[in-house]
Design a protein around this ligand. Sequence first.
Ligand code: 3EB
Length: 310
Amino acid sequence: MRGPADVVTRPGTATRALGTIRYTGRSGDPSVASGALTMDVHLTAPGEPDAVDVWTTSRPVSVVDGGRVKYAHDGEVALFAARVPRSDRYADAVERLYTELFALTAATGYRELFRVWQYVEDVNGLNADGLEVYQDFCLGRARAFDRHGGPAAMPAATGVGALGGGISVHLLACREPVRHLENPRQVPAYHYPRRYGPKPPSFARATRRGDELHLSGTAAIVGHRTVFPGDVAGQCREALRNVEALLDAPADLAGLDRIKVYVRRAEDVEEVRRQCLRAFPAGADIAFFVVDLCRPDLLVEIEGTWSPVR
Ligand code: 3EB
């Protein structure tokens, strides 16, 4: 992927990287080694193209080694990155990491989380207690949110599988207030019934920051149920309907960019790509990844950032 299309470099205005996330063949701890924040996330298998997200700014950037958590900030926005090493039980370590992240965002003044990504190795596997790894992750995250604002503080997010690396987390936060939104077609994830795990997922369907709308990973879930099990074409159409339902103007897909599409089965990529290339703007930055998704019956998940078309 290239950098964000919405960053304009004017004469005399240097565009700097706030941070770089590489979706590649291995995971790594975040690094601030060369004065820039970077993290590698294991999302591509041999032979698949790597992708990269570069978050840029025209403001001076400070990069901080906060120990396990590294971050970069420009006075308005901060990018935080951290990793929980591979483990056969995650809840406690995840609770500690999110508690640390909330403490750091508060201490630095970047209190408003507006987008979180969580890439979880073996997301549909079982932990040492027989609990699904995703549910184990959700348990720790929910315990941390319970003590830090609850649903009102939950931002747009992605939670999907990774090919390795334990759990890689990165998030964007800012100083100005943001607004978290729900999808009228879907039960809020934080109200999912108990059958999906001991604690529900902690995220909003979208977060508005200024005139930008950050869309969570969006799947074929209506109410709280997965629809079109086993049918990737049906799931992709339904996920696109959910994406449209999140946008103010119906069918306003023209403003979407930084699109990521996660597909469970390699053989389904062709159908998903066909539907997505038809639905999304021709110039949009769009990447496809073959990874597991956080419910065993989900086949496709779509995220992106919407901004007004200029
Ligand atoms: C869903 O709608 C699909 O756990 O952070 C999507 C986006 C999903 C984020 C998360 C999970 C998460 O429930 C799964």
